[in-house]
Design a protein around this ligand. Sequence first.
Ligand code: PLP
Length: 357
Amino acid sequence: MLPFLGDFFGNPSSIHRIGRKVRALLDDCRERVARVWKCRASEVVFTSGATESVCLAICGSARFLKSKGRHLITSAIEHHAVLNTVEYLVNKEGFELTTLPVDAEGRVAPQDLDNAIKDDTILVSVMAANNETGAIQPVAELGEICQQRGVLFHTDAVQWFGKEPFESIHQFNADLVTICGHKFYGPKGSGALFIKSPLLPDPILFGGGHENDRRAGTENLASIAGLVEAIERFVPTPVFEKSRLELLNSRLSSMGEIDGINLLCPLAKRLANTASFTVPGIDSITQLAALDLDGICASAGSACSAGSLNPSHVLSAMGKSDNEANSLVRFSLGRETTEEEINFVLSSFLNFVEANR
Ligand code: PLP
């Protein structure tokens, strides 16, 4: 990333020599992503992160297709980037929404999607893996249903990249795929959107013709360079080493066998780096504060809503009571997490729960 803050400081849209040099490097970045994703370079759009990618995918496609229909479908467990975007389209722009339910493990059923699609359905958005429970969704199947029914499919694959085996961007059977860099050791504030040709969503930012007319604004080259490096290094061979993390995670998950602590979603159906629990009767903020005192950085719902005491909408959708949905704690393992750290978390958390029963 550093050269783009120094030697290669030029604007890729400038026609002078420094600009042309940076333009060539930007083109190279796009081609490097396309090589990993096995798609066309013109189908890769760099953004400021997942929120922007989601908004461009959903608002841009819905507005582009509104003369064909106004019905949108999403699931009840999406990140607020998706939920608030579709809510905006419903409240302000006259779109109609069906929200798919999930089962007790937090997974969407393909049959529910098939039943929900109507003649005027134009877009479906279902995430690849959930950020609160790690539950992996049957996205390829959902995408196939959309293909058969002639409906656009977007997946928010933010949590999935760098963790699950990756073959090509086409494995999701999606027209639009959202990712962001900081979920697999890329820089924060970096993201990308796969937009399958020849789809040209309406713009959500108005200005120049950057990113093949898909996203106006001067490109953040340093951030793009960091994202591309992370995609090349950490996606084809997932940086979150599944077999190692599964061993550690199953040890951590054993906390779910203790009376009063409930594990959400079995390990075989969730991301290997995520373990979420509820401890009904002890709210999330009390749990996080106690863990923090021991130097353990855990989360409750999405980081974006951390600090709020609203029950997790994901757990509510899984049929949990408000009391239980208020008591979520989520541990995320990283590439450097060790067995000693897992043992420390186990003893710290179990002591805390015992003392607060
Ligand atoms: N979607 C999911 C599933 C997420 O987990 C997040 C952030 O954690 C986002 C979207 C939003 O990403 P960003 O804050 O990078 O825009």
